[in-house]
Design a protein around this ligand. Structure first.
Ligand code: GTP
Length: 664
């Protein structure tokens, strides 16, 4: 998913004023001053950075008993990345000058939105009681859409820092990420962050931690990742509280593929966790998943940039690429096990990972069809590094050639659009996000329809006798009690069914609701934030299919369907949505020489209708025949304009009309 230079991806975006700090009224210079001041008051002394030769020699001398692989479990924005930076600095892995260089490599979208999209990894060497420890830290994304990244990262760790913001306390993703980590048997070190904030309420968070997670408050470490206060106590707790990995470097190679990315020069680079054995350049390895064989080109660690090593040993996490390089990212199956050629019968594969399932589908079209091929290149490049996006060719009468894309969630979808714009400078028209529908016909055959335009017509008797299902999610919501009433009202209004309601501190509530996935993608999170003044948090997981009263709502222009504007919706939403569509579409269609009728229909039933009256007179008739320059200009303008015009039946509609209609 990342750029070609992902190996050099920065850990240090916090050094740059992110948008959040701007929202708080800081400008970049005040941010820099604050950073400088805070460095002066940091409660630790950092260790010196070793040279590459010293690094290799020091790593070789560390036994597996002194390895620790860990990650940070937290709700979005609770400070994982900031804390990671402090740890890298403390162990001498980065210096301030490194920090400035790495910022340039960071994904723009991550900096702009202030969120981590892709898990990143880094190896550190930490001296504790006179002995070197090899620490491997994974910084995971906090947002629910990127859960697959989180789960995979946990699989390479023995423990985690459970990080909670002292002013916000436990939030929805703290709860669900805690359960994920707990299910993977990770040893947890509780950490309370942001203790420097005036609104910090440490006793409250300790109480929540004890009631919700049964964690002993005495084991919690208080820190400020921003000022560095208390951070010096963290690594001793990691060394003492997190178990070392188990493995034997004398056994045959058993290597788990945790993540991968594409590099133009090296081909696919694999991020791996070694359970047994060793791996070095020149070794011949085989994938137990695909049966394909490769010769190792280079192995190394992220320190924090790609740093070649002569060997990786059991217990380590590092990167591997092949020579000749692996060509297709699809051949790197996450969760796959690799071993040495000849050992495939003796090595038991690691349990694989669940493939991430796309939840949200949109169609995307270039704003100008002549851009199609360039845009296709850009899309393919982005998809190369984000295997959770599905991409298929699509065609719309109204919008021309395009693609159908599947994403893990709405944020994932908008991050993709941002990356397309920022990294490839392309603009696209995106249809409204939809979720799939399952049709079970009377003869018990089944079909899952991802594209609403391909959903059978509602007047078809086959669909009328079929049973329809829509995907549901189990949503976990945390909210202060004072907003509970409004949140319940919102969930019920979005066809949610309450499953549980629990107070986990005097004034905090955890609610679980089964909600249709279609409501979730219709910005339920935004609405939730709205009714709770930003205090509610949401997390969700797949809850399977539910039978539902669904219908296909279509937009017609002079009785011709506009294929790009069509949705499968719950019958209770039809009237409101139908009216909204026709009113909005009317605003974007220019008057024609004849009457234009816009209708929203379900089967043969018209739900809503608008009419655009024709022009009274031919405006062109006024143009004098001898006015050649004027006519030529008009023709040129027309030629240019034709590129963007689309015909729906006999009605000519400018592409920008669809664009304005589809952009909410
Ligand atoms: N006052 C204060 N602010 C902090 C502290 N730690 C982090 N922050 C701020 O909190 C915000 C979020 O921090 P991040 O490190 O980006 O949080 P994150 O958990 O990595 O966020 P995601 O990557 O989006 O999951 C940033 O504006 C940080 O500067 C702290 O100890 N004190």
């Amino acid at each position: 998913m990342s750029l070609a230079g992902r190996a050099g991806r920065a850990w240090t975006r916090q050094w740059l004023a992110p948008p959040r700090s701007r929202a708080l009224g800081w400008n970049s210079s005040s941010y820099n001053i604050a950073i400088k001041l805070s460095s002066r008051f940091r409660g630790y002394a950092s260790q010196a950075k070793p040279t590459p030769a010293q690094l290799e020699a020091r790593i070789a001398a560390i036994p597996i008993e002194r390895y620790r692989n860990f990650c940070i479990v937290a709700h979005i924005d609770h400070g994982k990345s900031t804390l990671s930076d402090r740890l890298l600095e403390l162990t001498g892995t980065i210096s301030a000058s490194d920090a400035n260089k790495q910022i340039l490599d960071k994904l723009d979208v991550e900096r702009e939105r202030g969120i981590t999209v892709k898990a990143q990894t880094c190896t550190m060497i930490y001296k504790h009681n006179g002995l070197d420890y090899l620490l491997h830290l994974v910084d995971t994304p906090g947002h629910v859409d990127f859960r697959a990244e989180v789960t995979r990262s946990y699989a390479s760790c023995g423990g985690a820092l459970l990080l909670i913001d002292a002013s916000q306390g436990i939030q929805a993703q703290t709860v669900s990420n805690f359960h994920l980590a707990f299910a993977q048997d990770l040893a947890l070190v509780p950490v309370i962050n942001k203790i420097d904030m005036p609104s910090a309420d440490v006793p409250r968070v300790l109480d929540q931690m004890e009631t919700s997670f049964e964690l002993d408050p005495k084991t919690a470490i208080m820190v400020s990742a921003k000022t560095g206060k208390g951070v010096g106590n963290l690594l001793p707790a990691v060394v003492e509280g997190i178990p070392h990995p188990i493995g034997d470097e004398n056994k045959p190679l058993k290597m788990l593929l945790v993540d991968s990315w594409y590099d133009t020069f090296k081909g696919v680079v694999l991020l791996v966790r070694l359970f047994d054995g060793t791996i070095k350049a020149g070794d011949n390895v085989i994938s137990l998943g695909t049966g394909m064989k490769y010769t190792v080109g280079q192995v190394g660690i992220q320190y924090p940039n790609a740093t070649p090593q002569s060997v990786l040993r059991a217990g380590q996490v590092g990167y591997v690429y092949f020579n000749p390089g692996m060509k297709r990212i699809q051949d790197a199956k996450l969760g796959d096990t690799f071993t040495t050629v000849g050992e495939e019968e003796t090595v038991e594969p690691c349990p694989g990972f669940e493939e991430p399932k796309p939840m949200v589908f949109v169609a995307a079209f270039p704003t100008d069809q002549s851009d199609y091929h360039r845009l296709a290149d850009s899309m393919n490049q982005l998809v190369l590094n984000d295997r959770s996006v599905t991409l298929q060719k699509d065609f719309s009468e109204a919008l021309g050639s395009g693609w159908r894309l599947g994403f893990l969630g709405s944020l994932h979808c908008s991050v993709f659009q941002d990356r397309l714009r920022q990294e490839h400078g392309r603009n696209i028209i995106i249809t409204e996000p939809t979720v799939p529908t399952k049709i079970v016909y009377a003869d018990e055959s089944e079909e899952v329809v991802q594209n609403p335009a391909l959903f059978p017509d509602m007047s078809d008797h086959k669909i009328r006798s079929a049973t329809l299902f829509e995907p549901f999610v189990k949503a976990t919501i945390t909210v202060p009690e004072e907003y509970l009433g409004r949140v319940i009202e919102l969930c019920e209004g979005n066809r949610g069914e309450q499953q549980s309601l629990e107070f986990f501190h005097t004034d905090q509530v955890i609610l679980t609701y089964d909600v249709p996935a279609s409501q979730l993608v219709d910005d339920l999170f935004g609405k939730l934030k709205g009714v709770s003044k930003g205090y509610a948090t949401l997390d969700y997981e797949d809850a399977g299919w539910r039978q539902s009263k669904l219908v296909k709502l279509q937009l017609l222009v002079n009785r011709q369907p506009v294929d790009a504007i069509c949705r499968v919706v719950h019958s209770t939403q039809v009237d409101r949505l139908g009216r909204q569509w026709v009113t909005k579409f009317k605003e974007h269609v220019d008057r024609q020489m004849f009457e234009v009728v816009i209708q929203a229909i379900v089967g043969n039933k018209v739900i809503a209708r608008e009419t655009i009256k024709p022009f009274r007179k031919d405006v062109l008739a006024k143009l004098h025949a001898s006015d050649i320059t004027r006519r030529r200009k008009l023709l040129e303008k027309q030629k240019e304009g034709r590129k963007r015009l689309r015909a729906v039946g006999n009605v000519i509609i400018d592409q920008s009309a669809f664009q304005s209609f589809l952009s909410k």
